[in-house]
Design a protein around this ligand. Structure first.
Ligand code: NAI
Length: 347
């Protein structure tokens, strides 16, 4: 594990298995320098356990960067549960996950990610207080992070469009949304409110069609989305969809979406820059959800304060893109350096 490129000096990596419930998981704590390592729990079917480990390590390092860029007083971590899970064992399995999280004594605080619901975390919360994203108290942010994430993403898309095109606003711009799930679905609604033309695709076509009915989007096949003529591509599915091949051929001017770890390789980012495609680093853009669930966990933060922190993503993206242009560097390189400096300062 130590030789893996994704290892990046993680503080703690825990493999855990509970045969009685079928739980098989890896919990990665990348950094607690700025506070408890906070990041979602993903439930996914991996081809092999080492792929799950790689995913957990990459995602938890990304959480350290994301939480630092959002100025949250938390570090970065992530959990990955190896699916599939039999529906009748789901609840007890998440209870076992809660017991595993509890063993880390608060070094890791879990929340939702792909494949995990509020109800799952409520089961985990029977055994640990180190979970968030459970429910929104009166006047307070919290619960499902996805709508908060979508709001941050739409603000960042607006900033990137203002940077890349003459004139502000999304009215009349075409946005291709990859993934019509929890974030992508809400994002399509926000784009529609702003007058954008939306093209949406999901490997589960019925999901894309349901979103299209609600928002007036056009549905295309998932394998066609990367090539459709559009101004913006918003990856809101899984990571690694911006491959070198896509970077070398994409017709869009802006890539900005919610998915974690969008760039399949560092080279893909450099290819985008060489072609004048503006890539907004995911860990800067998709912090809305973690801002909300961190507020829920830390307490004493109002919904209005959370909205203000999420609104700050837009100017943060604008100044990052301006700085990257001045420095002649890729935005993800500039942002990662800034985030790592914040973590080093805290350490
Ligand atoms: P979700 O599971 O609700 O939605 C993902 C959707 O993408 C699913 O409908 C799935 O069928 C679809 N999909 C998978 N592969 C695809 C492909 N190749 N082409 C088109 N569609 C595909 O997940 P959610 O919560 O919407 O998250 C989306 C992304 O955003 C994930 O990468 C997640 O890690 C990231 N993210 C989510 C946050 C949240 O608040 N939910 C916060 C920060 C990041």
């Amino acid at each position: 594990m130590f030789d893996r490129p994704e290892y990046d000096d993680h503080e703690t990596v825990m493999w855990t298995r509970d045969p009685a419930t079928g739980l098989s998981a890896v919990i990665a704590v990348h950094s607690t320098a700025r506070g408890p390592a906070m990041g979602g729990c993903r439930l996914w079917r991996y081809a092999e356990p080492s792929a799950a480990l790689a995913d957990a390590l990459r995602l938890s390092m990304g959480m350290t960067l994301k939480n630092a860029m959002a100025d949250l007083p938390v570090g970065g971590g992530k959990a990955v549960i190896l699916g599939p899970v039999a529906p009748e064992r789901r609840e007890v399995m998440f209870e076992a996950f809660g017991r595993a999280v509890e063993k880390l004594g608060g070094a890791y605080v879990s929340a939702e990610d792909v494949g995990v619901t509020v109800a799952d975390l409520q089961a985990a919360a029977r055994y640990t207080s180190h979970v968030t994203g459970l429910r929104a108290a009166d006047g307070r942010a919290g619960g499902d992070p996805s709508p908060y994430t979508a709001h941050g993403v739409v603000g960042g898309i607006e900033a990137a469009v203002a940077h890349g095109f003459d004139g502000e606003g999304l009215a009349g711009r075409t946005v291709a949304v990859q993934g019509a799930g929890a974030v992508g679905g809400v994002l399509c609604g926000l784009l529609a409110e702003r007058g954008a033309r939306i093209i949406v695709a999901d490997v589960d076509r019925a999901r894309a069609e349901a979103v299209a009915t609600r928002t007036g989007a056009e549905v295309v096949d998932a394998d066609r989305l990367a090539n459709v003529p559009a101004d913006v591509l918003a990856p809101c599915a899984l990571g690694g969809t911006i491959t070198d091949a896509l970077a070398a051929a994409t017709p869009v001017r802006v890539i900005a979406g919610a998915a974690n770890n969008q760039l399949a390789t560092p080279k893909a980012g450099l290819l985008l820059r060489a072609r004048g495609v503006i890539y907004v680093p995911d860990f800067v853009l998709n912090a809305g959800g973690i801002i909300a669930v961190a507020a829920e966990h830390l307490g004493g933060i109002t919904e209005a304060e959370v909205q203000a922190q999420i609104a700050a993503i837009r100017p943060r993206v604008a100044s990052l893109l301006a700085e990257a242009e001045r420095a002649g560097e890729a935005p993800e390189v500039v942002a990662e350096r800034a985030a790592r400096a914040k973590v080093a300062a805290a350490r």
